[in-house]
Design a protein around this ligand. Structure first.
Ligand code: XMP
Length: 506
């Protein structure tokens, strides 16, 4: 196991992820961790992350200098290297200008962490301070035009530092460097995989939960599904999942969720069919934010009702992922946001959180889902907004409109899948603008709904581009919707990116 000591760097988790990609188990620990704890964890190596501070600022996070005396190899990255230099008697200076972005690195010694790395290589820099003098016992192993000490090494004590970021993709040989540290310096084996993550997670969930009762709000999306299955493996029937059907789900979705978790995984699943009460609350509501607010509130009410029936619950499972944690910033903020993950649970619910996925990225969760034998439909499910189809119907949500949209959406799903595009695009779905236009079918005039088709490519949902679908696919979707969905006589394709539009229409 390797520890990433976190000094507040925005890439700490990325470092951990890269180490996992090398097949080495890794945990992130705060910089303030005690040396006793470090010793108890018995890591094969320690990586100091970067951080936003200057080592000279009074509030700068510092490490215990004993960390350099316990014989465990250390790799300091960016701020981590500056801190190493300062702690061990080197000199850190303020630069007149920041060194930022792609930078040419000149490797002075092609050994240790630079084994088999080109003498001239590209790296990613992002720093204000720089090291003007390496501490005694260190040699300079690389430099740039602006950094005389861009990397340093004390081979005897196995302490290394790099000013650049090997963990980002803009440092093409960064993975080679990390591998050198892990395998050449720390003697890691590289035999860790998601299977080992499962065992580890199960152990720590058992430790946290003991014999207490656990509740999970299950949406059927990949994150909550994986979290639920993991917790179920750990504590079995101490876990109860609550699946709230608000009536705005897609075709076949409630049945699939119930079947997967009850029949497939034999989990305690409370299925709360609340479609009628949600629909009632949508009467006359057209304003998008009002819709979202009402659905959020109603969701909490149903969830609380069901939770109350289960008696004393001590823990709540959340499928929070690392990007959710970063977005929310602090530890406390993370809790508030996590509550939103199950529909905005109020803060006065006195649950303790179980968040087994909080160190992982989405694609890692997909690997984990396959490890846990979750069905492909869940592993590869596209994102679906909490308020569901209600925010894909413009104007009032009625039973008739829901029916039309559900049918049209199912056709989009089938055709995008048939064209082999389902996993390639970020989202593909139908919307119902709830406007009517004139058409002609047979010899008859029609006056019916228009369906909008939305297919976007995106990395993270923050920005998106509309997908240039083949004409044949567009044609098939359009013809099938108009022929098969009663009440629709026109299909249009949304060719707006985000920004300026958003992915969802409301
Ligand atoms: P927008 O429409 O803001 O959506 O471009 C960005 C991504 O977020 C999803 N989305 C939601 N997900 N609850 C969710 O869990 C929501 O209320 C919600 N609203 C939007 C959307 O599907 C897209 O992937």
């Amino acid at each position: 196991m390797v520890l990433v000591m976190d000094f507040g760097g925005q890439y700490s988790q990325l470092i951990a992820r890269r180490i996992r990609e090398c097949g080495v188990y890794c945990e992130i620990v705060p910089f303030s961790i005690s040396m006793d704890k470090v010793a108890a964890m018995n890591p094969k190596g320690i990586v100091f992350s970067g951080g936003p501070s200057s080592v000279y600022s009074p509030a700068a996070p510092k490490c215990n200098s004993k960390v350099f005396e316990i014989g465990i190899p250390v790799l300091g990255i960016c701020y981590g290297m500056q801190l190493t230099a300062q702690t061990l008697g080197g000199e850190v200076a303020h630069a007149d200008s920041r060194e930022y972005g792609n930078t040419r690195l000149y490797v002075d010694k092609q050994e240790g962490i630079f084994k088999e790395i080109a003498v001239e290589t590209q790296v990613w820099m992002s720093h204000g301070d720089y090291i003007s003098g390496a501490p005694a016992g260190f040699t300079v192993t690389a430099h740039t035009n602006n950094s005389p000490v861009a990397a340093m090494a004390d081979v005897q004590r196995r302490i290394y530092g790099v000013q650049f970021h090997p963990e980002v993709v803009h440092t093409p040989e960064g993975m080679k460097l990390l591998r050198n540290f892990l395998f050449e310096i720390c003697n890691c084996k590289g035999d860790w995989n998601m299977g080992s993550f499962v065992e580890q997670a199960i152990r720590s969930i058992r430790e946290q939960v003991g014999d207490k009762k656990v509740l999970c709000g299950l949406s059927g999306g990949i994150d909550s599904s994986v979290a639920a299955v993991l917790v179920h493996r750990a504590v079995g029937d101490q876990l109860t999942c609550v699946f709230v059907n608000h009536g705005f789900l897609r075709q076949g979705e409630p049945e699939q969720v119930v079947k997967t978790f009850r029949d497939g995984f034999h989990m305690n699943l409370v299925y709360a069919d609340a479609a009628d009460r949600f629909l009632k609350r949508m009467e006359g509501v057209v304003e998008p934010e009002e819709k979202r607010k009402i659905i959020g509130e109603e969701f909490i009410r149903v969830f609380e009702n069901e939770a109350a029936k289960l008696g004393d619950i001590n823990f709540l499972v959340q499928g929070t992922l690392y990007p959710d944690v970063i977005e929310s910033g602090t530890e406390t903020a993370a809790v508030i946001k996590s509550h939103h993950n199950v529909g905005g649970l109020p803060e006065d619910m006195k649950f303790k959180l179980v968040e087994p996925l909080r160190d992982l990225f989405k694609d890692e969760v997909r690997v984990l889902a396959r490890e846990l034998n979750l069905p492909e439909e869940i592993v590869w499910r596209q994102p679906f907004p909490g308020p569901g189809l209600a925010i894909r119907i413009i104007g009032e949500v009625t039973e008739e409109r829901l029916h039309i949209l559900r049918e049209a959406d199912a056709i989009v799903h089938q055709e995008i899948k048939a064209a082999g595009l389902y996993r390639k695009v970020w989202q593909s779905f139908a919307v119902l603008p709830a406007m009517k236009s004139v058409g002609v079918m047979g010899d008859e005039r029609t006056y019916a709904y228009t369906v909008g088709l939305r297919v976007v490519a995106s990395e993270d949902g923050m920005t998106a581009d509309w997908v240039r679908l083949p004409y044949e696919v567009l044609d098939e979707i359009s013809r099938r919707i108009v022929n098969e969905v009663k009440g629709v006589n026109r299909v249009v394709y949304d060719i707006t990116s985000k920004p300026p539009a958003t992915i969802e229409w409301e």
